[in-house]
Design a binder for this molecule. Sequence first.
Ligand code: TRP
Length: 386
Amino acid sequence: MPDFIVTPWEVSGEIDYEQIIKEFGIEPIDEKLLFYIKEITKEIHPFLRRKIFFAHRDFKWILDEYEKGNPFYLYTGRGPSGNVHLGHVMPWLFTKWLQDKFDVELWFQLTDDEKFLFNQSLTYEEAYKYSYDNALDIIALGFDPKKTYLFSDIDLSGTLYRNALKIAKKITFSTIKATFGLDNSANIGQIFYTSIQTVPAIIKSIIDEKNVPCLIPHAVDQDPHFRLSRDVLPKLGYYKPASIQCIFLPSLQQGGKMSASIETTAIFTQDSPKDVKKKVNNAFTGGQANAKLQRELGGDPSVCSVFKYHFMLFTLDDDEIRNIESRCRGGDLLCGECKNNLIQKINSFLKKHQEEREKAKDKLDSFLIKEKIDLKAMIREKLKRL
Ligand code: TRP
């Protein structure tokens, strides 16, 4: 047994990202590529510098095409199975940065169909409702409404299905078994689902009636889907989609990632300041058993979940993070102070986010697209004509 699992349906254990790079066959983002990005964007996002976005497929090609005057569009997504937490928000913040820097369109898929099919306890109605709930968190991050298309799969099922058919015909059941580990007990919707997740990678090519490069920012667990997309789409005359991939925000407890199903490991966007304080104060740290020992021996930021939250989201200034790290190791910074600092930063982020989330309720129509089909009205019309 490996000591970690990374599939689109399960992420657990202590993940070795070097091993993932090898197993998945993705490319690490190296200094040369960072330099190239910086030439275009003028600044380099801390998520890139810190290797939080650490791997890619064909990202250099995306930049080459962009430089040649053939711009790309962005595609990302969210499986709406519950409330949004900070681990979900992280790649979306980066997606927003990409949209701002390159001034490009974003297509954002809410896969209520997927979550209904894969989550045994989630009803169809609940999954659909979470699409609209989670859309508020996405809109709250400030994407450009003129350039952002947000959709629930259920709402866009006509277009998705029509195009998924062509994709599905090129994928065999045995490929699905090998790629996703599904077996004969899988329901048939699960077997078909990946073809729906591929459609947004060509949606702009379909609309514009010419091939448009697509860049997909996503957490590394989604790579199997897009590996398949890259196999199939050239057979249908499209470009292979490119991707830029991130690691997971770790759990606040020891080991694993932030998980929506274990409350105390995650900070949700709707948590109160009190919730945040409690969760961070109970977090697993690299500190010693007491203050005296900590002053003598120092702490270990490399295993500390509080430090990881500073590093991955809340202390993006390089001098400041170096300062935290060295003061911790030197025994000068105690866990209490470090936690309080994080609590304050998280709460000020959430305060603004929650305000924007409220405002987003009036903005849904500026972002969401859906195909409205009123079957009853159509039948009435038809009968009237007879
Ligand atoms: N399957 C993803 C999930 O469960 C949602 C998703 C759909 C997605 N399309 C995507 C994520 C594109 C990243 C990029 O979360």
